[in-house]
Design a protein around this ligand. Sequence first.
Ligand code: FES
Length: 580
Amino acid sequence: MSRPQDEPRSRKPMRSAEWFAREGKYGFIPRSWMRSQGFGPELFDGRPVIGICNTWSELTPCNQHLRHLAEFVKRGVLLAGGYPLEFPVMSLGEPLMRPTTMMFRNLVSMDVEETIRANPIDGVVLLAGCDKTTPALLMGAASCDIPAILVSGGPMLNGRFRGRELGSGTDVFRFDEDYRTGHLTREEYAEAEAAMSRSAGSCMTMGTASTMASLSEAMGIALPMNGSIPAVDSRRQHLAEQAGRHIVSLVHNGTTISRILTRAAFDNAIVVNGAIGGSTNAVVHLLALAGRLGVPLSLDDWDRLGAGVPCLVDLKPSGRFLMEDFYYAGGLSALMKRMEDRLDLTAPTVEGAALGKRIERAECFDDAVIRPRDNPVSEQGGMVVLRGNLAPEGAVLKPSAASPALMRHRGKALVFENADDYRARIEDPELDVDETTVLILKNAGPVGYPGMPEVGNLALPSKLLARGVTDMVRISDGRMSGTAYGTVVLHISPEAAVGGPLALVRTGDEIVLDVPSRRLEMNVSEAELNRRRAELVLPEPHFERGYGRMFINSVQQAHQGADFDFLVGATRIQPSKVSF
Ligand code: FES
């Protein structure tokens, strides 16, 4: 990892000087109250003030260690001649929050944006980990267009249970099936709970947290190895210290986040997402982030740039290994070295050098974990974007997690009107379902649930599991966990709750999935669809007041990144207004 030169004190006035360098009572007040925390006069002498934006919370187990990691960022900031000030923002813990953390991603981004705007902060280090914390923090910083570096908490240690390795999330789904079919006792199930999550850190599969940490690295907004160093490895603390040094350089150089997160960065991220077998959730998060920066990015870019990208990283849920193994094999730099002909190596990074320089000497130390180009985990790692009369604005499918035999499939729809309907009926012994049936879930989109929860990988009925069925085509306007797998069509847009065609599907309709030709259709005549449309009654909104009401009134559809309509667009940190 490169070491930044400690910068000489900048002559350029800092934004923080608008608070701390003022004469009279308007300078006295901020200085005096900050002195109450024991801070010395160095805070006010014109050096960069670096915010450390922390998502630590005991309600977010994956981020439990971020208070400690912040201390290493502070050390780096101080070594480079800056002054660190840590501040909390709302945290999003995937395992606990209801109805879904996705409902709060945009809220956290507003918390980040407005906290930065309202305070004397010249640059920011973003401490994130659990799934939505990463896009939320990046989106908030992007809306301020301030110098920023992301530091991820890192993946937890590999899980181990009775001689086998366990992957977060991915093996939960397997255990659940084993338990429901009697292949796992209640005692073994409880033992597995403790064995799976045995350290601080985010899910150690290539789920959404690892994907977003890796893509941040690929986009140059995080340092090399940010995605893969285990949470409890001392090298992550050193990375945090280095981030503290680099952010001071970025402030002195005036390198704001929009100068790192360019179109080239997003293009690289899409290619890397295919090569790592990354989460489908990255699609909505990157679309939303690009929207904040005014970078033109569409759903079709995912298909176009991802086409022919092989999945090389053999990690669960697409493969066999876990994030610890990925780090020891050389991490993302080694992976990008293998994909360098598909990347824009001129893309900038927070170290100041171009991406090509970063990966110049990267090596792979384990070809089983990071496969060579001629032996991929899957030939098609990139996301597939499907369209048709079921999804006029698009839907996504992750081929590396799907069954090749189901890539072309016709089957009768079995429709569930919402998640409650699914839970109530899926185990009904009389349910008319077999392995050719297409399971359809409505009203799981941004407005419908609300918040577009990770319910799209509907569990199969136990009676089919018992017969050895392991996958079926499943379709919804929701998302799925990055740790999940299966032939699952997600993010149908527009969603059922706003009157999208998904709302018109009925049990028994023939559904056609044709991945090679990117088609998703229901074989129902236009006249019949019009008749159903005329009869359609949309569900009542879930909220009449508060944040929930703001969410359903302002959230955009999945193909637009599910951001709030009033947050989209390039912006800049504005001169502070002095209110007294
Ligand atoms: Fe936090 Fe998976 S539950 S990263």
